[in-house]
Design a protein around this ligand. Sequence first.
Ligand code: F6P
Length: 534
Amino acid sequence: MTKFDDLKSHYDTIKSRRIEDMLDLRRADDFSAQAGELLFDYSKTNIDSDARDMLIGLLDQSKVAERRDAMFSGDKINETEGRAVLHTALRNLDGGSVDVDGTDVIPEVRQTLDRMADFANAIRSGEFTGQGGKITDVINIGIGGSDLGPAMAYLALAPYVDGPRCHFVSNVDPADISQVLRQCDPETTLVIVASKTFTTIETMTNARTAKAWMSEAVTEPAGQFAALSTAMDKTAAFGIPAARVFGFEDWVGGRYSMWGPIGLSLMIAIGPDAFRAFLRGGQAMDTHFRSAKWEENLPALLALVGIWHNQVCGHATRAVLPYDNNLARLPAYLQQLEMESNGKGVSMDGTDLPFDSGPVVWGEPGTNGQHAFYQLIHQGTRVIPCEFLVAAEGHDPELHHQHQLLVANCLAQSEALMKGRSLDEARAIIAGKFEGDELERQAAHRVFKGNRPSVTIAYPKLDPFMLGQIVALYEHRVFVEGVVLGINSYDQWGVELGKELATALQPIVEGSQGAEDKDGSTAKLVKFLKTRGL
Ligand code: F6P
């Protein structure tokens, strides 16, 4: 029997047990852990100490500690692409050297960070200007990891923004860039083209559109462009002077890249000091991940809870529900981080994965979700493990009473999911209004089965340091889940086929080639759209 089989048998024996029956203050202490001021509570799950021991056994069986150390020390753990995985080096502000192919990468990381800070300061102070004076707007053009990280963090840290306004353009749909350009004055706008490869068609198309827009008003448009990339030859070919190109290496994966140059827009918005605080938060989580024993290790525990719910219990999705409106883009960010990393059907050795790949991740901020999809979470037939995030304090002291209401809602939801409402309780509530068969019928609609698992991540306040901790927590969770599942979390071959077919379809939708060789459905869709203006 594998450890997974043991876990499944254990789950079969305990699955009807009520979580609330196990939950006293001792369990709340035992089934929670803290990293600094970040608390992870998983006591409202059906994991007991036997299950936890078995789950921790998975970490040992799959050699998570060895793989973790290999990642931090620059080994090429991204085996299908032959690359190291070293986004942790970007936030290694206080640690020692890290070698890739015999060269310490840290001096260059620090030099680039200092160059970014100089540039950000020059923009913020007005020393660097556009044709029309001080920069008022920054447009980051990028997609996937070159967009979601900084866009999510810009919103998350909105209370700390004291620089120019930032806009994020990602979609090749012209609706995206045109609504941003309408808001900006080309003479006081800086355009940042963010693309690790500098080949991504959406980004390069939007970058050319932005260049044309700027050329109409600005004599030297290239002077108001910067680039973030690993491909210096391509940034030069696009016409961006080397002084405003911020490079990084192929050991930084796109969805792990916001800690370095891809974070430039964020740094311009919040300033280099706050950006460094964000890096320090990530670094603190790295230290915790490397040193805390598994029972107290947040990334490991978060991963094990994920594996328990997804691969053991068979719950196919997980909802991320921030009771922190500034984290509104966190679910979208995590969709790329988790699903592009662990949505794989083969193991590292090329054989079929013997269990389900990583889960579907989705979510929206509370309390909005409560008035939309929580109905299904509470009474639908599928169990959806929920991950709540909640801060002790908001950013508006004069509205603290409103923040308290937010927190009450968060805690109420996890309690409601766990406790539910029995048929007897439902009957008692409406007994005065209905009787007989009608009472039974009405009561049935008001039953909540409960026993639905959730975890809560709680913290004092969403400041740059805390955001860094939270993002690094999720990154390491993905790493641990990937190692346990035997997946390479750092490639993304699954995005390639669609890109190739889109390129092949371009002449067809432009009309220079017929659609006869395409399948019937595609040909019909092309015809429909072509006869209506495409
Ligand atoms: O197509 C997927 C992907 O490669 C992501 O992994 C990446 O974050 C995104 O595209 C953007 O890539 P780039 O930064 O090279 O433009």
